[in-house]
Structure formats: C-alpha cells, structure tokens
Design a protein around this ligand. Structure first.
Ligand SMILES: C[S@@+](CC[C@H](N)C(=O)[O-])C[C@H]1O[C@@H](n2cnc3c(N)ncnc32)[C@H](O)[C@@H]1O
Length: 357
C-alpha cells in the first residue's frame, strides 16, 4: 500500500475556502496543498500570488502532476488518466507529461508507477481506506442501483426517507462501528499523529452521527464528495468542481503555471520569505499540533500581516478554537457558522474564518 501520499484529493469544501477568504485579484494567498483541488479552486479566482504549501513532499508532487495534466491533456484524456473512469493507457499518457516534471518527481512516479496505472485520484492512504469502506461495509448495505438512486435524489426530504428505509440498518450500524473505530482508522485511514491530541472517546459514534447528518441534510446531487465516497469517482463535467467542470478546466489551463510550491510548514515559510500574505487556507493542520504550536503559528501569521488579512481552518477531532489575547485576530463568528452549515463534507466539527482587525 502507498504510505507516502496521504490524501489523493482534498477533502475540504472549496466553497468554504473561496467564500470564507473572499479572494480578490490583489490577494497573495497561501494554501495547504493537500490533494490540490482547493489550490485549483483558489486559482480560479486569479489571485496575484498563490503558494501551495505542504510539509509532505509527495503531496506537492501529486498537485504538480495534476496541474501539468490539466495544462497538457484534453479533458477526456485527463478524466481517465486521473482515474475517474477505466483507462488502459495511463502509462502512455504519463509519458507525455514526463518532459514537464523535474528529476525527483520523475524518479518518484517511476518508482510508484502502479499509482499511475491505477489512477492517482484514488492513490492516497485515506482514499484507500474509503475503497475498503466500499468493499467491506457499503456493499453489504446498499446495492449499486440504490447508491445510484440516492446520488440522483434532488430532494432533501427524500434523502432522509431513503436513509431511514434503505440505509440505516443494523448491518450498517455494526459495520460502521467496526470500520470507523479508532484502531482501524489509525491503522489504515489517517496518520497516527492526528490522534495524539484527540479527546473524543467514541470516535466511531462521532463519525456515525456526522455521517447521518451528511447523508440526510446535505443535498447529494451537488455534493461531489459524496459521489467520491460512495463510488470512488465523480461524474464527468460535475458542475462547480474545481477542474471537472469543463469551463473551470479550460480556465485553469491558462493559470496553472502561476502556482508556486513550498515544501515545509507555515512557520518555515513565514520565517524564510518576505512576501506579504493576505489570505491563508490552513486546512485542519492544527489537528496534530499542540495548543502551544497552534498559538505560535497564529501569532506569527498575525504579526507578519496587514489589516484585513484572513485565515480559514477546520477542526476535525481536535478542538483548536481558543487562543491567547495577544494574538490579534478577530473570529467572524456568524459568517463562519453560516458557511459551516453549508459544508458538503460532514467529517468536521467546526470551521473558522478569522481576520486581522
Ligand atoms: C492537514 S491534512 C488534512 C486533510 C483532511 N482535512 C483530512 O483531515 O482528511 C492536509 C495536508 O496538510 C499537510 N500538513 C499537515 N500539517 C501541516 C503543517 N503543519 N504544515 C504544512 N502542511 C501540513 C499534510 O501533509 C496534508 O497534505
């Protein structure tokens, strides 16, 4: 199993990032790279500068490969190369992209050529876990026909009805409990470091309730995350998806060269660069940080920025919401809550937008 790439797509709603940060063409944006989708979503707003930062080199290789594939491939070829549908010639497509990669990237992908063969959109540790979720849990609960029926629903009431009648069975509850237990998640799904500061005792119950909320309260037809979880793919031309929406794909072709990549932490970046960042997308990086590190990063960000600078970040299993009064940031409470209500990903327990007054 690939242990290097943890997330082969970004599991955070781009609408929360772009609306929360209100990105303008004058902004210098720093965003966690992760699987790249939110980098592309931000890029579509055409900021002045965009830095894709990650402390995992392989996440950066992945985002760069996606960016190059967007630039040099036609949409249909890109769609099957990434792994959204069956494709027999991924290796020959990859060979077309090799001239645009650097030596280290070529070495990595050649060494891990199986990831290319299978399609990179499902090559992460988390996506692998979701593959086993479909194989070991979902298929004993819902038939393919029922999954399709659910994904096509266009009415939130019908989603709730479907969940109660067809989905929320004893088998679902039991298999869910086993599969999303702390032990299995640590072993197969998420990095162990994400559990160090966790205070939630019953993780599977926590995720069961969050999933119930996601399945019954978030419109499924426009939720590409739900498609990915339930089928391992997203339909072609999915409206508003950062690059699967054809108009976004065409626009990105002309923009991807603008992304700058940085390997390291936010603190590394801020202590080695003088560029004035006005918007930060911080994913849920504070999840594995101590309270002290969380505060240190916020302090450095607030010291190094001007009035009006904004940051956004999620809480998942770890509460990172309170900090010292010496950190000069103001949380936009109502605005954050309103955005969080629309989050198409149900894993998270909070979302914050903060601004330098
Ligand atoms: C924070 S993870 C979270 C992904 C997703 N929200 C989830 O929980 O499933 C997203 C990316 O952040 C990177 N990352 C984590 N902590 C970081 C840090 N302190 N500085 C830079 N990148 C970091 C990881 O390598 C990963 O690619």
């Amino acid at each position: 199993m690939n242990e290097k790439i943890k997330y082969s797509m970004c599991w955070e709603d781009p609408k929360l990032v772009t609306n929360g940060l209100n990105i303008k063409t004058s902004d210098n944006v720093l965003s966690i790279a992760s699987g790249g989708e939110n980098i592309f979503a931000i890029l579509l707003k055409e900021p002045n500068e965009l830095i894709a930062l990650d402390n995992n080199t392989y996440q950066i290789y992945l985002v760069k490969l996606k960016a190059i594939a967007i630039k040099y491939l036609e949409y249909d070829e890109f769609y099957c190369f990434l792994g959204f549908e069956k494709c027999e010639n991924r290796i020959s497509i990859f060979k077309k992209l090799v001239p645009y990669l650097d030596k280290q990237e070529i070495k990595f992908w050649n060494k891990n050529i199986d990831l290319i063969k299978k399609g990179i959109i499902n090559c992460g540790k988390l996506e692998n876990y979701l593959y086993y979720f479909r194989k070991c849990v979902l298929r004993f609960v819902l038939s393919k026909k029922n999954i399709k029926f659910y994904l096509d629903l266009n009415d939130i009431k019908k989603q709730k009805e479907f969940f109660q009648k067809k989905w929320n069975s004893f088998t679902w509850k039991i298999l869910f409990k086993i599969f999303f237990s702390k032990t299995l998640m640590k072993l197969l799904g998420r990095d162990k470091k994400y559990f160090v500061h966790n205070k939630i005792k019953n993780i599977s119950k926590h995720y069961y309730l969050r999933s119930k909320q996601g399945i019954t309260k978030i419109p499924t037809k426009t939720n590409y995350f739900m498609h990915m979880i339930l089928t391992g793919s997203i339909p072609k031309c999915f409206k508003d998806h950062p690059y699967l929406d054809l108009k976004n794909y065409k626009k990105l072709k002309k923009l991807v060269h603008k992304i700058k990549y940085f390997k390291g932490t936010v603190n590394d970046f801020l202590t080695s660069n003088s560029i004035n960042i006005s918007k930060y997308n911080l994913s849920d990086i504070f999840e594995k940080d101590s309270q002290k590190n969380y505060e240190n990063t916020l302090l450095l960000i607030s010291k190094k920025s001007d009035k009006g600078m904004r940051i956004c970040y999620w809480n998942n299993m770890v509460k990172r919401s309170k900090y010292s009064k010496f950190i000069k940031l103001k949380r936009l409470n109502l605005f954050s809550e309103e955005l969080f209500k629309k989050d198409r990903i149900f894993f998270y327990s909070d979302f914050f937008v903060e601004e330098k007054p």
